[in-house]
Every structure is written in C-alpha cells, then in structure tokens.
Write a protein that binds this ligand. Sequence first.
Ligand code: PLP
Length: 362
Amino acid sequence: MSIHERYRLSVVINAKGTYTPLGVSRSSDGVAAAVAQALPEFFVMDELGDRASEAIAQFTGAQAGAVVHCTAAGITLSVAATMTGGDPRRIAALPDTTDLHHRVVLPACHVVNYGHTNLQGIRLAGAQVDLAGDETRCSIGDLEEELDGPDVACLFLVSSRLTAGEPIDLIAAVRAAHRRGVPAIIDGAAQFPRIADLLSTGADLVLVSGQKYLGSPTAGLVAGTWSLVQAVRAQERGIGRGMKPTKEAVIGVLAALEEWQAFDRMKWEADELAKVVAFTDAAGKIPGVVAEVVPDPTGLQVSRALLRVPDAKRVATELEAGSPSIYVMTDRVDTNELMFELVPLDDTEIAAILARLWAILT
Ligand SMILES: *Cc1c(COP(=O)(O)O)cnc(C)c1O
C-alpha cells in the first residue's frame, strides 16, 4: 500500500516548483537512506553542527555554516545574530532589543511573501524594518539614505523570483552597507545552486533552503563569516530554540551535499533542459496552445515551460481537480499563461500532464 493510500492523501504531480504547500521537493534514495540511518541514533548535536559547518564551508567557500530549521527561521536568526553577536545576555533578552542596534534596512521591492511576509520573519527577532525605495525601484542612494540613520543592525536583501520592480545590484548594495560597517544578509532560499555566487557579492550571511533545490529534508542553510555564523548558532539558547534543526535534517543535508558534489552538474542541466524542450514541443501540438521555453529570471540554471492557453484559470483548476492532482505555476493566469517546472518529474508524470492537457483543451 502506498503512503498516500495508507493515510488517504491526494496523489500530486507537482509542476509548481519548490512549493512549500506541496512538500517542496523529492529527496534521493541516498538522502532518504541517510535520514533513516540517523533517526534511531543519538548524536552530540554540537558535533553534528560542527560537521555541518565544515561541509557548508567546504561547499561554498564561506568561513562557516549552520543548519537551522528552515530559511524562514534563518531570516529571524540571522537578523538576531547581527543584533546580539555572541553575547549570551543579549541572546536571552530577545525579542527585547533595548540598547541594541535593531533597525533592519530592506528594499521595499524585496518584501516577499512565501507563506507569510519576510517583514514578519525579521520582526520576530524584535527588529524594526525600515523600507528603502518603493515597490518599483530601490536605488543605491535610497539604500544609503536608510543606512545612514542610527541603530542599523543589518541590510537585508532577497534574491528570488518573488521580488518586485527593477533588479538591485547586490554587489553595490552590500558595498554600501559595508562602507558604514553594517553587515549584509541575502535570502536566496530557492537558489541553492547559486549559493557561491550570492556569497561572492561580499554578503556576510547567505540563506538557502535545503529542501528546495538541494533535495534535503526541511532545513535552512546559513553560510557566511565565522563570527556571525557562531552568533546564529548561539541563538539556539534563545529565540532559536523553536527553530532548531532536527538530527535527521542535519544528516540529510550532509548526505545531499555529498551527492550534489559527486554528480555531473553540466549533464544534469543539459538533461533538464532537454526535458523542458521535449515537453514544450509536445504541448505546442495541442490545438490553441502556444508553448515556449523560458529561463529562470534570476540566473538559476533552471528552465521552465510557458504555455499560453485559452482560459488558463479554468485549465489550472481542472488540472488540480483531476486525479492525480496536477499543480502548475499560476502567477500569470490573468494573461492566460501557465508555467511548468519539470525538475522533480519523471517521464510518466510528464506524459500524464500532456494527456490531461489534451483532454481538457480538445
Ligand atoms: C521559500 C522561501 C523562504 C522560506 O523558506 P523555508 O525554508 O520554507 O522557510 C524564504 N524566502 C524566500 C525568497 C523563499 O522563496
């Protein structure tokens, strides 16, 4: 009996990307085996944390790394780290930020909602958010204006498909913060493959989700400078208690990092692109459908299939209503566009999507 049958759960074909409400990603058999091996064992959790730090540092080139519960936790804890450093009394006092630098500068176009807004993720640490620029644009001058005020704890930036407005030059933004002695944090949750690029901006901390493109169990990876990473880990004796990683998550991250380093990225990227091209060709043969391959707008090496279909909203609803339930990206339904991310899907699932599209549209 499948796990879906045993617990009466819908079978899902997820073409919506690394989407949290659908279980995010698929872990490999190797990662699943490592997790299963970890669950019945005891560990000195600090030792596990040290091994994770070494592995993240080695993988990214950063000085140190930490695993926290997820990226949302990483946002709160990295902001906390910039306010408290490693001081146990300050860590215990949060979210009370009396006498601490507690202002976080965030470009207004980097306010994103991944289930809640990152504004709340930052404020959970006790910090106050000061927005720079507006939803359409934030210049380096706009950032400098906010960074020049008193009590700034850090600059917070987001690298994601979800940001609005004109892209911000992350290198220039980090430099503007550093000129004032202010640390910079980048949330690149869905950009694990770009973690080294994000660090090369000079950012002090970079956050990514293990359960998105790395395919580990739910985990937030924090990479960055030695002192700030230690300050993130130290939050576990404060507000980070409820955001700690599980032993199986840390082991899963270690196993997933090893696998990632062992496999051939170039071949993977070529195979994934071939999958999207084949799907787009096949979907383009459905009457009334115009299909094209679109690159990720943020430089992630992931392409997606964009289908222009009549009445896209109805098509998406019918795809979800069927069995298995097919989920696609619907951010652009208003312009009759559906986006498909095929990374985790096998040939059978892709064939099932095409068959359903034929049935709905003809
Ligand atoms: C997914 C996402 C998050 C939250 O990550 P979790 O690991 O699910 O907590 C934060 N920021 C961005 C930009 C995201 O895409």
